[in-house]
Design a protein around this ligand. Structure first.
Ligand SMILES: [Zn+2]
Length: 87
């Protein structure tokens, strides 16, 4: 189930936006983000992920958000290499 319209500013696009340094990581993270994107209430009324049933936000959702943030940064190996090149 998706939330329809209404200024959903925090909703990332499927395709990596310009400036994303790791597009493959972005796509993987988006897949995870969507898979763990449904929220349900358990028997006690606590919000939980509709896929894995962990308390919301579940580990899959949080990992996806980390991946989306990380995708903006150059791969770690390249960060080190470019730092050496600056000297
Ligand atoms: Zn989940």
């Amino acid at each position: 189930m998706r939330t329809a319209g209404g200024g959903d500013v925090g909703h990332p696009p499927d395709d990596p936006p310009p400036g994303v340094a790791q597009p493959v990581l972005w796509r993987l993270a988006m897949r995870l983000y969507r898979d763990h994107g449904g929220v349900v209430r358990d028997a006690r009324g606590v919000l939980a992920c509709s896929l894995c049933r962990q308390p919301w936000p579940c580990r899959g959702r949080r990992l996806a958000q980390l991946g989306l943030a990380e995708a903006w940064l150059p791969p770690r190996g390249q960060q080190r290499r470019s730092m050496r090149r600056d000297r």
